[in-house]
Design a protein around this ligand. Structure first.
Ligand code: ADP
Length: 742
């Protein structure tokens, strides 16, 4: 049994020494570390001599020596503890006299620890053969040192816990628990000193929690979630108790069944070594068990990561990403506030893009802080507000320091963690987390999770940004199209109005044409009548000189009549009043009539007018006789007009279903560019105007309109300028108009 106590305290001693070293090398120059390191070291010495003393089971002298050795060290613990707590609470300077007092008290009492005033001897107590017998100095020291110091420390920590939040509160709680362990661990020994034998002093081993917990606070500012710590320590305690009970039972059994002392010794050692070896497996067994059945609120990093990955995969909209990521993380952390800052590359500022719970408006801008950019943002290292104070301790003391303003800003806004979102080495923004609802700190696992998520988030945010730009571009495009459409609509409206005005004008023009032509036609007709009477000699013989002049007047008059007829036709066409009188007629017959009237004109122009009709006369087809005459005479008239020498040939051809009339000349021909347009209104061709100054470019237009009404085709052909032209009409033999003349 003593062997077990011995080993257990050895373990405590080694742990304490290691802790002392870690704390020391973690901050050699920091007073907080120095004192804690000393404290752990002294505590370790106590445990070490405790272990040696426990091994002694035969020599009372030696046992007394070791028990005195072990009792020196606790003399200094109240002073160290008080000093350290006051340092932690920033009260060391104010209370330095109390600290001095306890150090001096320790130094004063220590030399007497080997005297009989302190410990006078050893005697069997509570199953231990050589338990120290304490004297009045020991009791007095306990009363003026241990009791008030511990009470004071408890009080200070209690006040601290009540008045602080977040990390500081957690730290205070942490230390508080450590002090409880120390006090209870110590008291089990003290009770036995006073002969009170209720709790076995094995619990003094638990006081190891005291240096360990303190060290956590100092070494790792990023504390474990206190709940996590409690859970883990519960598991630890369970494992220790479980194994201790097993060991106790086993050593008890070896005591009973094995007679030989040496064998007992070996057996106990084996049992202890086995217990140590199995400790880890027992611990993880309990941890698994506890995790499964009791600690259900512990989140699973993998699950959170997967959830976030799915969110980022399925969403491209920034706002949705913010909202969903917040929900996913809140399930793990349960924070009070959450937000996103976006880094604007244009003006190098951080802009609040999303906030939930923070009292800062969206769109608020912040300047980057140089040191933070250099030490954290660049490497995508999460920033923990509480840590900043320690990391930049020197700067933080200085009120003008840029960092001290930054830290105050974070504290004022209750920001606990900033996680930079870096993509390809560049910052897209920052994820901002407030304190947890429980006021626990963010632990290493939380930070690991955040780091992992930020990398993914950064990529997603960049995509979201590109998507946003695309959307914006699209909106701009839509706006422009709308603007242009509006402009077009306005232009269109103007055009429609102008068109309406033009139509009115056009109508007026058509009406004018119609009236003018009507008024011209009657005198022209009577002129024609009188001229032919004159030429026929009705009013007496005409001298040949006069006859020539009269003939010229007659031709000009004829031209005028044609022109007036064309103008009248056009006004009719445009007013939609051109009427037709379709009957079954012979095309040859009508053509012959026109030829008869034109022979004289051709002769006067020095041309021969020929015809080529089919041998067997073609069948009768439907057409408007008067209008068809107009078309044919227009063609022949043009052919004569635009031909200087040679001949004009009128051909009629017949195929199975069509009849063609062709007026062919050997005249000036038509250029390729003009061929298309000559059937349009007022189109005179390039050279037509030069050759015949009297024309106006209406004849062919009227012809086309007439042939269109017969559902026929009309076109012109020419082999080129100077090579003559062919004007062709093609009519359908079987065409039948809707309305046939009587
Ligand atoms: P106009 O003869 O009064 O100019 P038309 O409508 O009868 O009007 O003819 C339009 C144009 O077609 C003429 O100006 C002329 O350039 C061209 N044209 C018509 N017939 C011939 C032809 N037989 N040979 C060459 N050009 C012609």
């Amino acid at each position: 049994m003593n062997l077990f106590y011995s080993y257990a305290h050895f373990l405590v001693a080694i742990t304490s020494f290691i802790v002392a070293l870690i704390v020391f090398f973690n901050g050699k120059k920091v007073r907080l570390n120095q004192i804690l390191s000393l404290n752990s070291f002294v505590f370790g010495l106590w445990a070490f001599f405790y272990a040696i003393w426990m091994l002694e089971d035969s020599d009372a002298e030696k046992a007394l020596f070791w028990s005195r050795m072990l009792n020196i060290w606790p003399i200094f613990i109240p002073a160290f503890l008080l000093h350290w707590i006051l340092l932690f609470l920033n009260k060391a300077k104010k209370r330095k006299f109390i600290i001095y007092f306890y150090y001096l008290l320790g130094l004063f009492v220590a030399p007497f620890s080997f005297s009989n005033y302190f410990i006078s001897g050893v005697a069997p107590v509570g199953g231990f053969p050589f338990w120290p017998q304490i004297e009045w100095l020991y009791s007095i020291f306990l009363i003026i040192s241990w009791v008030p110091v511990f009470s004071y420390v408890f009080y200070l920590l209690f006040v601290k816990m009540k008045n602080s939040v977040a990390v500081e509160r957690t730290q205070a709680l942490y230390i508080f628990i450590g002090v409880i362990f120390a006090a209870s661990g110590g008291s089990v020994n003290f009770l036995l000193m006073f002969g009170i034998d209720i709790i076995p002093p094995i619990f003094s081993v638990l006081s190891i929690a005291f240096p360990i917990l303190f060290s956590y606070v100092v070494v790792r500012h990023r504390l474990f979630d206190i709940k996590l710590v409690l859970r883990r320590s519960t598991v630890y305690i369970f494992s220790v108790v479980f194994l201790t009970s097993l060991v106790m039972v086993a050593t008890y059994l070896t005591d009973i069944f094995l007679v030989n002392g040496d064998i007992i010794y070996i057996a106990d050692t084996i049992i202890l070594v086995a217990a140590m070896i199995f400790f880890d497996s027992v611990k993880s067994f309990f941890y698994r068990l506890a995790n499964q059945y009791f600690f259900t609120s512990l989140y699973n990093i993998q699950e959170v990561l997967e959830e976030v990955a799915v969110i980022l995969r399925e969403n491209i909209d920034k706002k949705e990403i913010y909202q969903l990521v917040m929900q996913a993380l809140d399930k793990a952390f349960h924070f009070n506030n959450f937000g996103f800052l976006i880094f604007e590359k244009r003006n190098k500022k951080y802009v609040v893009d999303f906030t939930s719970g923070f009292k800062i408006a969206k769109g608020t801008k912040f300047d980057p802080v140089k040191m933070i950019e250099r030490d954290f943002i660049k490497d995508a290292e999460p920033i923990i507000t509480e840590e900043l104070k320690k990391i930049y301790e020197d700067c933080f003391q200085n009120k003008n320091c840029e960092l001290s303003k930054f830290i105050k800003l974070l504290e004022k806004n209750k920001v606990a963690v900033l996680a930079p979102l870096n993509n390809k080495g560049k910052t897209e923004g920052i994820l901002v987390l407030g304190n947890k609802e429980t006021n626990d700190s963010y632990n290493t696992e939380d930070i690991r999770l955040l780091k992992n998520i930020s990398a993914q988030l950064a990529v997603a945010l960049e995509n979201a940004r590109l998507y946003e730009r695309l959307k914006q571009f699209n909106r701009q495009l839509e706006r422009r199209v709308k603007l242009r459409t509006n402009q077009l609509n306005i232009a269109n409206k103007k055009l429609t109005e102008t068109n309406k005005k033009l139509l009115v004008l056009d109508k007026a023009k058509t009406e004018f044409l119609s009236i003018a032509s009507h008024q011209l036609r009657t005198p022209l007709s009577s002129t024609k009548g009188f001229l032919s009477l004159l030429l026929d000699g009705t009013y007496g013989k005409i001298p040949s000189k006069s006859r020539q002049a009269l003939e010229k007047i007659c031709i000009s008059n004829e031209r005028l009549i044609t022109l007036v007829e064309d103008l009248l036709n056009i006004s009719r066409i445009e007013a939609g009043r051109l009427t037709f009188d379709f009957r079954k007629e012979s095309l040859e017959k009508v053509t012959q009539e026109v030829l008869d009237t034109m022979t004289l004109v051709a002769k006067n122009a020095g041309l021969t007018l020929e015809k080529k009709f089919p041998a067997k006369s073609s069948p009768l087809i439907y057409f408007d006789r008067a209008k068809m005459r107009e078309v044919i005479s227009n063609f022949i008239d043009n052919a004569i007009k635009y031909t200087k020498e040679g001949q004009v040939t009128v051909i009629i051809e017949e195929s199975k279903t069509k009849i063609r009339l062709i007026v062919q000349d050997t005249g000036m021909g038509i250029g390729k560019d003009d061929l298309e347009g000559i059937f349009e209104k007022f189109q005179r061709g390039d050279r037509g105007g030069r050759v015949n100054r009297n024309g106006v470019g209406l004849g062919l237009y009227v012809c086309r309109k007439i042939i269109d009404a017969h559902k026929g085709r009309v076109w012109a052909e020419s082999d080129g300028i100077g090579k003559g032209s062919r004007f062709i009409i093609e009519l359908d033999k079987n065409w039948k108009p809707k309305k046939v003349g009587a």
